[in-house]
Design a protein around this ligand. Structure first.
Ligand code: AMP
Ligand code: GLY
Length: 422
């Protein structure tokens, strides 16, 4: 197949890497890709979605996979479908599950899907009086896309009121904050569960855990994610079953009723509270770094899974997962997540240890290429990914690989997967 992947991160690299390892030979294109995806295929640079769809038709693209949320919310899938192209991802309408927290919370409420008690409002007065009735900590969320920064967990009522006021005045997040959600704080452990959906049918992937804070022991500011592992032992059959029955099935049914059948990756942010899965949020694409772990754990060809997802054939697919664990450690640049860092050349030692050679790989993210050399140019630069028959073995291998990768200012968390290992 000729396959086009939209996006430029480690997530998109990992999808491309998995497809490039399939038995069948595929031609891969990335828009825009990064400094390493051009070793898996061809990077193209066509930002206008109508022009991109025309290019995809001219170049006989059989399948388009959309990595990040922004093009989905902007309607890239609708444009591709209008051009009779096969594309895996939700319509702009269905992407509102991520594009608007108010829309998402209202869908959860309407279809009785377990989520934190909340109000949505545009009024400062209403927000403040609701906050007065709540127990601390209190969660305040901007409605729109804020690149992962639109959630404030306030320790006091005054702090929550200030967050609400700043969001509603447009001061914190501009238009993305002119509606807000105020909700109760859920105390538990977080899981990332992914359902591959074709509008009607779904396949659940092994549950993963992300590490959102920049520092060890979950300290410091939030990031896009500093590492992930899967499958996590913090989930059991009962939790999977509850997620399927109480969350995935009613969501797919509900979205059909809304006239926006959900196709693509439903990323279910779950907080497990006393054994009960409660939904924190939906995203409409793979998590990054979770994707970098899940792609290599799939035994089913990734291209087949996404093609069947895009053509309503998931009921005909028996999904197979490898019987092993994966751990991905993000190597970030010096000033991440505060500010950008000077470009730094990336050197990877020649790996001679067979154990590392055969059980690890790098997924490249914020990198660019100049004169054949790779430079760290983004915040999250690359991920060292390790596999093993236990989480500990996978983690140790991932960290051994980290030791073989060098660039000025590199940093990583040293405790990825700690919740599974304690
Ligand atoms: P979101 O963008 O909604 O995923 O929120 C970002 C992060 O904030 C989540 O991954 C959680 O760690 C945290 N969070 C969001 N909502 C809540 C909540 N109601 N209770 C506790 N933590 C939350
Ligand atoms: N890893 C979390 C996210 O992609 O939003």
């Amino acid at each position: 197949m000729n396959i086009l992947i939209l996006g430029s991160g480690g997530r998109e690299y990992s999808i491309g890497l998995a497809i490039s390892k399939e038995k069948e030979n595929h031609n891969l294109y990335f828009m825009p890709g990064n400094g390493a995806t051009d070793s898996l295929g061809t990077n193209i640079d066509i930002k206008d979605y109508n022009k991109l769809a025309a290019w995809a038709k001219d170049n006989n693209i059989d399948l388009t996979i959309v990595g990040p949320e922004a093009p989905l919310v902007d309607g890239v899938v609708d444009i591709f479908k209008a051009n009779d192209l096969v594309v895996f991802g939700p319509s702009a309408k269905a992407a509102q599950l991520e594009g608007s927290k108010v829309y998402m919370k209202n869908i959860l409420k309407k279809y009785n899907i377990p989520t934190a008690a909340f109000i949505e409002t545009k009024s400062e007065k209403e927000a403040h009086s609701f906050i007065d009735t709540m127990k601390e900590p209190i969660v305040v969320k901007a409605d729109g896309l804020c690149a992962g920064k639109g959630v404030i967990i306030a320790q006091t009522k005054d702090e929550a009121k200030k967050a609400a006021t700043d969001m509603l005045s447009g001061e914190s997040f501009g238009d993305a904050g002119t509606s807000i959600v105020v909700e109760e704080y859920l105390d538990g452990y977080e899981l990332s569960i992914f359902a591959i959906c074709d509008g009607e049918n779904y396949k659940i992937l092994p549950a993963a855990q992300d590490h959102k804070r920049v520092g060890d022991g979950d300290t410091g500011p939030n990031t896009g994610g500093m590492g992930a592992y899967a499958p996590t032992p913090l989930v059991n059959d009962e939790i999977y079953k509850k997620v399927e029955e109480r969350v995935v099935k009613p969501t797919l049914k509900g979205m059909q009723q809304e006239g926006a059948p959900f196709e693509g990756v439903l990323f279910i942010g779950v907080m497990v509270v006393k054994g009960e899965p409660i939904i924190l949020e939906y995203n409409v694409r793979f998590g990054d770094p979770e994707c970098e772990i899940l792609m290599p754990l799939l035994e089913t060809p990734v291209s087949e899974l996404f093609y069947k997802g895009a053509t309503k054939q998931l009921d005909k697919l028996d999904i197979k997962i490898k019987n092993e664990f994966g751990v991905a450690v993000v190597m970030a640049s010096a000033n991440y997540p505060y500010s950008s860092s000077a470009p730094a050349e990336i050197i990877v030692d020649e790996i001679v240890d067979e154990e590392i050679l055969n059980n690890t790989h790098i997924s490249y993210a914020g990198v660019s290429k100049e004169d054949g050399k790779l430079f760290a140019t983004g915040g999250r630069v690359l991920l060292c990914v390790g596999f093993g028959t236990t989480i500990k073995q996978a983690r140790d291998r991932a960290y051994k690989l980290c030791g073989q990768v060098h660039f000025a200012g590199k940093k990583c968390r040293t405790d990825i997967a700690y919740q599974a290992l304690k």
